[in-house]
Design a protein around this ligand. Structure first.
Ligand SMILES: Nc1nc2c(ncn2[C@@H]2O[C@H](COP(=O)(O)OP(=O)(O)OP(=O)(O)O)[C@@H](O)[C@H]2O)c(=O)[nH]1
Ligand SMILES: [Mg+2]
Length: 687
């Protein structure tokens, strides 16, 4: 593929709820434009953009893939993103570097949670949008219903620029409302509108014109004076409206059959901004690219890092200004280091084609950089520009992982580093309280796929288990106890004697120690040892061996022996006293609580609430909005460790949620008994 001027480039992402047909559409776009000669199928694992073994196996997209195609003298860099909520990180990355978004709908399902997510991500990044109602040939496909729900949800800027010809099995093309012609076979010349659609087309065109002329004062006058608006004028006004995010055209088609795909390509060229028409967000503010003082100054953003055990790292980047050259250097301000570039590539699916340079506005890839990864800027040391890095959502699902064998253990660390670098929504950390190595991500499949990938790429095999709940213990009343340690048989003796009082503290206060000794009943130099003895005892509570929190310990009396007392004796005495007092202070279990916000189509609200009730959750509120309800709740973490999976099965993947820690609360007695019994059983097995 030749090099294109920035004006002739369109960087466009395909976004939707899972399974609306993005990968099939990307394939059809490639085929339609002649970039490929055979139309692959998702079901057969033969598409250009679902090339990853995980994608071929599951028939879903897991990772964003790049598919450039040439159309009407332009290069369209198509980014095919995954739709499943587990892979939202891929959507976040892609949305950050595209200048336009095509949001697909399944003509049967209409508006879904994933549609909303795509819209929100586009909104966050200020990206213009076009809707594509796909699968028009399916039984029960309903274009009008899709339009209605889109307008209700996203406003009257949503306007069809096409209407379908035929419906369901008879769907055979579209009426283009600009030129008022019928396009039934992608390559044939436009035809006359079928008689039965003339009225519908006329009324849709009127609303389109009304919406479009508002973008242009001259046009609006012309329109009000009853003058005819030309196709060119309409097209220009629409382009202005789309770029201003005031108009969101709706198109339709059937990607699988490659029907009505060419008009979409036309629309991308006509309405989506070129890289010259956008503004770059640099660290110093937002600057329109066209007004950059020095357009030769390099500013590119790495939006995706893939690790390969043989080739090393592959970094995908998008150039905002200047150009990236093969066999050169660049400055990475995020890592504070110079990086050497060998060969550059343009990428189509899994294929990499070497190129001498990747110019302004375009996308490319580079292998074997040392430290550069997702979110980093590529610039020059002399005149550095820093683009904002990419912000990823917090994980909502954690699993405990452990290496299967000794060999796996040895390779685990480096493999995890690579995996988290490749996927910034995967986090790995050791939980200090439970000892679990936690891998966190956006859902159960996300973790499973990450583990599979780790095995395939780095040969590291791990067990995946539910993480342990980091229970804690505390006391509910005050209690006093003596801790006395005495060993005075022959040689040097040991003697320590303490009187402790324990008091409960409010939640999240941790531990406090107070020395109330008067008259030297415990000599000053042994008091730190007393505190240390208590602190060490906090690690394992008397109930079930969980860490003890929110306790104040007061040392108020004691005695000592002038020869035998030492630090060790006081440390032991204090820990004995602490255990006795804690046992008398009505100890209880505490469990972590999380705050959740769950968004589902209204129809599922009842099921969600019912399920939450069964999980000991407290529903705090419900906010209905245009067909979706967001349920706010507090729930014990123990009950919602698998919520990502539960929500998926309750709603058939039509819901989404966020979860964040919200402190600790007392475990109800009947639940506590079970937890304590299990903890004891586990302790015994360890012995
Ligand atoms: N009937 C019909 N089925 C389609 C059409 N487009 C795609 N499909 C089917 O819908 C399913 C999902 O298609 P994909 O192209 O994988 O959808 P996707 O949006 O890329 O899915 P994810 O990447 O997993 O979110 C596959 O079985 C496709 O064959 C279409 O126009 N009509
Ligand atoms: Mg896909």
């Amino acid at each position: 593929m030749k090099e294109y001027q920035a004006e002739q480039i369109r960087n466009v992402g395909l976004f939707s709820h899972g399974g609306a047909g993005k990968t099939s559409l990307a394939e059809a776009m490639l085929f339609q434009s002649g970039a490929i000669t055979r139309l692959g199928k998702v079901e057969e694992g033969s598409t250009t953009t679902d090339f990853d073994p995980d994608e071929v196996k599951r028939h879903i997209s897991v990772s964003t893939a790049l598919a450039p195609c040439e159309w009407q003298g332009c290069k369209i860099n198509v980014l095919d993103t995954p739709g499943y909520a587990d892979f939202i990180g891929e959507v976040v990355q892609a949305m950050r570097v595209v200048d336009g978004a095509v949001i697909l709908l399944d003509a049967v399902s209409g508006l879904e949670v994933g549609t909303e997510t795509a819209w929100q991500e586009a909104e966050k990044n200020g990206v213009p949008r076009i809707f594509y109602v796909n699968k028009m040939e399916r039984e029960n496909a309903n274009f009008e219903a899709a339009i209605q729900s889109l307008r209700t949800r996203f406003g009257n800027g949503v306007v069809p620029i096409q209407i379908p010809i035929g419906s369901q099995q008879t769907f055979r093309g579209v009426v283009d409302l600009l030129s008022m012609t019928a396009i039934t076979e992608d390559k044939a010349a436009p035809q006359e509108i079928p008689a039965e659609l003339r009225d519908a087309a006329q009324s849709h065109r009127e609303s389109l014109v009304e919406t479009a002329v508002e973008q242009d004062d001259e046009l609006i006058n012309k329109y009000l004076e009853g003058e005819e608006i030309t196709v060119e004028e309409l097209q220009r006004a629409l382009a202005i409206g789309v770029k201003a995010k005031a108009i969101f055209p709706v198109l339709c088609g059937a990607a699988l059959a490659n029907r009505a795909v060419a008009p979409l390509l036309d629309a991308l060229v006509a309405f989506m901004p070129s890289p010259m028409e956008i503004a770059v967000r640099t660290a110093d503010g937002v600057v329109p690219v066209a007004q950059l003082a020095d357009k030769a100054q390099l500013a590119a953003l790495v939006w995706k890092t893939v690790s390969d055990p043989y080739v090393g790292r592959l970094n995908y980047f998008r150039v905002y200004s200047g150009a990236v050259q093969s066999d050169s250097h660049f400055w990475n301000p995020n890592k504070g280091r110079e990086e050497r570039i060998g060969q550059l590539y343009t990428v189509i699916g899994k294929r990499q084609d070497p190129v001498p340079r990747v110019a302004m506005g375009d996308m490319g890839a580079v292998a074997k950089l040392q430290e550069t990864s997702t979110g980093d800027t590529m610039t020059t040391r002399e005149n550095p520009v820093q683009l904002p890095t990419i912000q990823f959502p917090d994980p909502v699902f954690s699993a405990a992982i452990s290496p299967k064998t000794k060999a796996d253990l040895d390779k685990l660390g480096p493999a995890l580093t690579r995996m988290t670098e490749e996927d910034p929504t995967i986090r790995v950390e050791k939980n200090a309280e439970t000892g679990d190595m936690l891998m966190s991500g956006m859902g159960e499949s996300h973790i499973d796929i990450t583990a599979e990938r780790m095995k395939r790429k780095f040969g590291v095999d791990v067990n995946i288990e539910m993480p342990k709940v980091p229970y804690r213990e505390t006391i509910t009343t005050s209690a006093k106890a003596q801790g006395r340690y005495k060993k005075q048989t022959g040689g040097h003796g040991m003697f320590g004697d303490t009187w402790l009082e324990l008091e409960p503290l409010p939640r999240d206060s941790g531990f406090q120690f107070e020395d109330r000794i008067v008259g030297g009943a415990v000599p000053k130099n042994f008091i730190p040892a007393v505190e240390k003895g208590i602190r060490e005892s906090l690690a394992e509570g008397v109930l079930a061996g969980f860490p003890v929190v929110d306790v104040k310990a007061i040392l108020y009396d004691g005695s000592y022996h002038p020869v035998d007392s030492n630090e060790m004796s006081f440390k032991i005495a204090a820990s004995m006293g602490f255990k006795k007092a804690a046992a008398d202070a009505k100890p209880v279990l505490l469990e972590p609580i999380v705050e959740m916000a769950i968004t589902v189509p209204d129809a599922y609200t009842g099921d969600i609430i019912g399920d939450l009730n069964g999980k000991r959750a407290q529903v705090l509120g419900m906010v209905p909005e245009d067909g979706f309800t967001t349920i706010q709740a507090r729930a014990p973490y123990a009950e919602v460790r698998r919520y990502a999976t539960d929500l998926r099965s309750i709603t058939g993947a039509r819901g989404k949620f966020t979860m964040k820690p919200a402190g600790y609360e007392e475990v109800p007695a009947h639940v506590a008994q079970q937890v304590i019994a299990e903890a004891k059983k586990e302790k015994e097995q360890e012995k």
